[in-house]
Ligand binder design. Structure first.
Ligand code: GCV
Length: 694
C-alpha cells in the first residue's frame, strides 16, 4: 500500500518469524508457480509478490512452469491446470466446492516439499491467497497444511453511506468519502487497496452510496445535499463512473451495488409516477437495469430504503412493500443480481420496536426470488445492545439479509474504542427457535444464494481508514464473521492483532483483551447495563449528533417516570415480546425470566424492584454506569502499558483517543446518574454521585 499516504492495516506482512519456521516457508513458498490467465490471477501474483517479499525480505521467484532448481514451491491455480496440482488433489472435489471456496494442502511432489493452493474459480484463488499470506504473516506452521474453506454466507457486503459528489459520509467518522465521483472514472490507487482489504477478509460486495439517496423536504444547506446525493448515480452519464469502479473491484471478487431512490422513474426517467403497479414504471426499471448490466455484467444489485425517514416508497402510491420491491426485483430476473430491500420502516407509533414485524411478517412469501429483505440486527437502530429482531425466523419464505453497523454511530463514533465482534457473535448465535430450537440467526442466513450479511461501512479518507485506529478491527472482524460466523471472537481478534501489531506475545495478549472487553464497557456507561437504549443527544441539524448524552430527550425510549424506568414491551404493553417464538416470548414476557441485560428493554419496573441478587434497579443502574467508567480506565491503562512496545505514532494516536474516551465515559456516567436520580430521588448507596453538581 502507499504507506506514506495511508495505513496498510492488516496487510502489513511484517512478520518476525523464527529461523526454523522461516526455513519451512522458504522451502515451500520462496518459489511460486502461479497461473496468470484471468485478471484475478494478476491480483494473486501481485499479492503473493507483496506478501512473500514482506515475509522473506526479498522478492519471491514467480514462475510460469514448475521451477526446477528450487527445493520446493507453491503452486497456485485451478485444479486441472497444472500437474503439481492435478496430481496432488481430487480435481472433482475441488470443482465441487463453492465458487468462492479453496483448498490449500502441503504435499510432496516429485520429491519436493510443496504447497498447492487451488479453487474451482479464480476468485477462490484470490481468497485462498489471502488466507495463506495470513498464515505466513502470523508465523503459523505450514508443513502439514490441509485447509478446505467455503464461505458460510453467499452475500458478504459492505454498505457505504457515502453521499456522492459531496464527499460526505453519513455516520462515517473517518473523514470524507474515499470515492471521488468528480474524478471518476479516473481511478485512485486507494480504491485497489480498499478492494484488497475487503477481499482479504472474504467480503464480496460493496454498495458505494448512502441509502438516503435524497433528503426531501429539508430546507437550507440540506437542499444542496439533496440535489447532489446518490440518486444521481443511476443517471446514464454517471454509470460509467460506477462501471470503472466495478471493473477494479471485480478483480478482487467484489461486486458493486448501488443504493437507489424509489422515485428514480421520476427523478431520472421523467415519468410522473413511481407507482410500482404502473406498467411504464415497470418498463423503466427493466430498461435501467438492462443498461446497468450492459456496462457492469456482474453487477450485484440495488439497495433500497423506502418509506423510511423521508424516503419515497410504495406507501406513497397505496402499495405494500412486496409490490414495491417486486417491480424492481423483476427487472433483475434475467441477471444474477437482486434488490436488497431494507426493513427499516417505522413511523409515529407508540412503540417503534413492533413496526418492522407488523409491516413485513404478513408479507412472507410475497417477495419475488430476486428480493432480499435486509433487516437491522435489532428492532430499533444499532443501539449498544438490543434484542435480536423478531423478523429473523418469522419469514421462512423470504430471502433474508442481516444488517449490522460497522461504523460506531451509537458506540462512541471515531473516539471510543468499541470492538463489535462480540456483539455480532451474540446476534448471529441467537437461537430464534424457528422452526425449532437450535435455529440460530447464522443458520437462517447461511448457505442460501441471495442471503447473507450487510455491514454499514466504516471507511473514510483518514490515513488510518477508520478514524480510530482500533476500529480497523471491526472491519476485519466483520469480514471474517461473514465468511465464518462460527469463528470465535478470540480467534478473530488474535489474528487481527498479530497481523496489525506483530506477534510479540505481550502486545498480542494486551491488545486482544482491550478489544474484547471494550463492548461491555460501552454498554455500561452508555446505558447502565440492564437494557436501556437511545439516550444520546439528537440536535436539530440534518445529521443528528448521536454521540453526546441526553437521556431526557427520549422519554418514549427509556420509559422514565417517577415510579420507575424501562419500556413495557411485554403482553401488558406493546407486546414486542409476543412477536418471538416460544419459549422466547414467555421468557422475555416476565421480568422474572427476562435476561437482565435486556430487562428494561422489555419491562417498565419500579426503581426499587429487586434483581436476582437483591440489588435494586436504581442501584444497578448507578453501579453499571460507574463500572463502565472503571472498565474504560482499565482499557486505557492496558494500552499505556504498551508504550515502547509498538511504534510511537500508533501508540500516541490510540493513547490520545483513550484519554478522550475516558473523559466522555465520565460525562455519560454523570449525566445518566443525574437523570436517574432526578426521577427516582433515590441516592446512590455508595455516595459516589455529587448530584448537586450535575
Ligand atoms: C442512513 C439511523 C441513522 C441514519 C441512517 C438510518 C438508516 O436513523 O441515524 O443516519 O440513515 O438509521 O439506517 O437508514
Amino acid at each position: 500500500m502507499a504507506s506514506e499516504r495511508y495505513d496498510s492495516c492488516w496487510l502489513r506482512y511484517e512478520a518476525s518469524i523464527d529461523d526454523e519456521r522461516l526455513e519451512s516457508y522458504r522451502r515451500r513458498c520462496l518459489h511460486v508457480y502461479a497461473s496468470d490467465g484471468a485478471p484475478e490471477l494478476g491480483v494473486v501474483r501481485e499479492e503473493l509478490r507483496r506478501g512473500l517479499e514482506g515475509v522473506f525480505g526479498r522478492e519471491p521467484h514467480l514462475w510460469h512452469h514448475p521451477p526446477r532448481s528450487a527445493d520446493g514451491f507453491l503452486a497456485v491455480g485451478l485444479p486441472d491446470e497444472m500437474r503439481p496440482i492435478t496430481e496432488s488433489v481430487d480435481v472433482e472435489f475441488v470443482r465441487s466446492l463453492d465458487d468462492d471456496g479453496y483448498l490449500i494442502r502441503a504435499v510432496e511432489w516429485e520429491e519436493s516439499d510443496c504447497l498447492v493452493l487451488t479453487a474451482p474459480t479464480d476468485t477462490g484463488l484470490v481468497y485462498g491467497t489471502f488466507h495463506l499470506l495470513r498464515l505466513l504473516a502470523t508465523g503459523e506452521p505450514i508443513d502439514d497444511l490441509e485447509i478446505v474453506e467455503e464461505p458460510a454466507n453467499a452475500e458478504r457486503i459492505v454498505n457505504h453511506w457515502d453521499n456522492p459528489f459531496r464527499g460526505l459520509v453519513e455516520r462515517g467518522y473517518a473523514g470524507q468519502s474515499i470515492f471521488d465521483w468528480e474524478r471518476l472514472p479516473q481511478l485512485d490507487e486507494r480504491y485497489a487497496d480498499y478492494a484488497r482489504l475487503l477481499a482479504s477478509v472474504g467480503l464480496n460486495g460493496l454498495c458505494v452510496n448512502n441509502v438516503n439517496t435524497k433528503i426531501p423536504g429539508r430546507e437550507g444547506a440540506n437542499e444542496v445535499v439533496s440535489q447532489q446525493a446518490g440518486w444521481q448515480l443511476l443517471e446514464s452519464a454517471n454509470l460509467e463512473k460506477v462501471a470503472a469502479l466495478a471493473a477494479l473491484f471485480r478483480r478482487y471478487g467484489v461486486r458493486l451495488y448501488l443504493s437507489v431512490n424509489y422515485a428514480s422513474p421520476m427523478l431520472i426517467g421523467g415519468l410522473d409516477t413511481a407507482d410500482p403497479l404502473e406498467p411504464a414504471v415497470e418498463e423503466w426499471w427493466a430498461e435501467k437495469v438492462a443498461e446497468v448490466y450492459d456496462l457492469i455484467p456482474d453487477f450485484g444489485g440495488f439497495v433500497v430504503k423506502a418509506d423510511s425517514e423521508g424516503q419515497t416508497g410504495p406507501y406513497d402510491y397505496g402499495r405494500d412493500h412486496a409490490e414495491g420491491a417486486n417491480v424492481i426485483g423483476r427487472a433483475f430476473e434475467p441477471y444474477d443480481g437482486r434488490v436488497w430491500w431494507r426493513a427499516f420502516v417505522y413511523s409515529d407509533h407508540e412503540d417503534r420496536a413492533v413496526q418492522a414485524y407488523e409491516t413485513f411478517e404478513p408479507l412472507d412469501g410475497a417477495f419475488d426470488d430476486n428480493v432480499t429483505l435486509q433487516i437491522k440486527n435489532g428492532p430499533i437502530d444499532f443501539q449498544q445492545r438490543e434484542p435480536v429482531s423478531t423478523l429473523f425466523g418469522a419469514m421462512p419464505e423470504t430471502a433474508l439479509g442481516c444488517e449490522l453497523q460497522i461504523t460506531q454511530e451509537y458506540t462512541g463514533q471515531g473516539v471510543h474504542a468499541c470492538y463489535l465482534v462480540p456483539q455480532w457473535k451474540e446476534i448471529l448465535e441467537f437461537d430464534t427457535h424457528a422452526p425449532v430450537e437450535g435455529s440460530r440467526v447464522a443458520d437462517l442466513l447461511a448457505d442460501t444464494p441471495g442471503q447473507g450479511i450487510a455491514g454499514v461501512g466504516v471507511v473514510g479518507d483518514d490515513p488510518n481508514w477508520t478514524g480510530h485506529y482500533l476500529a480497523q478491527a471491526n472491519l476485519y472482524g466483520f469480514g471474517r464473521l461473514c465468511w465464518d460466523p462460527d469463528l470465535e471472537s478470540e480467534t478473530i481478534t488474535d489474528e487481527w492483532v498479530a497481523l496489525t501489531f506483530g506477534t510479540d506475545p505481550e502486545v498480542r495478549e494486551t491488545v486482544s483483551r482491550i478489544l474484547l472487553d471494550s463492548w461491555q464497557a460501552a454498554i455500561d456507561y452508555h446505558t447502565g447495563g440492564i437494557g436501556l437504549i437511545h439516550m444520546m443527544y439528537n440536535g436539530e441539524t440534518a445529521l443528528e449528533n448521536h454521540y453526546d448524552p441526553s437521556p431526557e430527550e427520549w422519554p418514549e425510549y427509556t420509559g422514565v417516570s417517577e415510579d420507575g424506568i424501562g419500556v413495557d414491551r411485554s403482553s401488558s404493553g406493546s407486546d414486542y415480546a409476543g412477536q418471538y417464538r416460544e419459549p422466547l416470548a414467555s421468557r422475555y414476557d416476565s421480568p422474572e425470566t427476562c435476561p437482565e441485560e435486556l430487562l428494561l428493554f422489555f419491562h417498565h419496573l419500579p426503581w426499587e424492584y429487586e434483581l436476582a441478587d437483591g440489588t435494586t434497579v436504581i442501584q444497578r443502574l448507578y453501579d453499571g454506569c460507574f463500572d463502565g467508567v472503571e472498565r474504560v480506565r482499565v482499557l486505557r491503562q492496558r494500552w499505556r502499558s504498551l508504550e515502547g512496545r509498538i511504534d510511537e505514532r500508533r501508540y500516541r494516536h490510540v493513547a490520545e483517543r483513550f484519554d478522550e474516551h475516558a473523559h466522555q465515559a465520565v460525562r455519560w456516567r454523570d449525566t445518566l446518574c443525574a437523570f436517574f436520580y432526578e426521577y427516582s430521588e433515590i441516592p446512590d448507596e455508595a455516595g459516589r454521585i455529587p448530584i448537586e453538581e450535575c
